[in-house]
Unconditional design. Structure first.
Length: 116
């Protein structure tokens, strides 16, 4: 099909990991701050707590059971989030640096705070 995009099977390098605190920088939830619940590297997307909330109407499966409305967090693209420093209350880009022991870590550019 010409209109369909195929998801790349190759894993993308992402600047955020599960457990990071991020701020949304684009879209309808712009400015919201939350924790990354799940990272999906194959699609380069992340699921952030209380961001991009969707509702789903679920039909009853068994007889006598009533239908439900479920709310859940849908994934957003990782380029639309930026790492957030809870100490300095500021969002920042990241850079990679090495510790004294020689371990590669992520560091916030604005504050110099080491994340890993």
């Amino acid at each position: 099909m010409p209109g369909k995009k195929q998801a790349s099977t190759q894993r993308q390098k992402m600047h955020v990991k599960t457990g990071d605190t991020v701020q949304v920088i684009a879209g309808k939830d712009k400015g919201k701050i939350g924790e990354v619940i799940r990272a999906i590297p194959k699609l380069s997307k992340v699921v952030v707590k209380d961001v991009n909330i969707r509702t789903k109407h679920v039909k009853p499966q068994q007889e006598g059971e009533s239908g439900k409305i479920i709310t859940f967090e849908a994934p957003i693209h990782s380029s639309n989030v930026m790492l957030y420093s809870t100490k300095e209350k500021v969002a920042s880009r990241i850079c990679y640096t090495f510790t004294d022991e020689g371990r590669k870590v992520r560091m916030l550019k604005k504050t110099g705070e080491i994340i890993d």
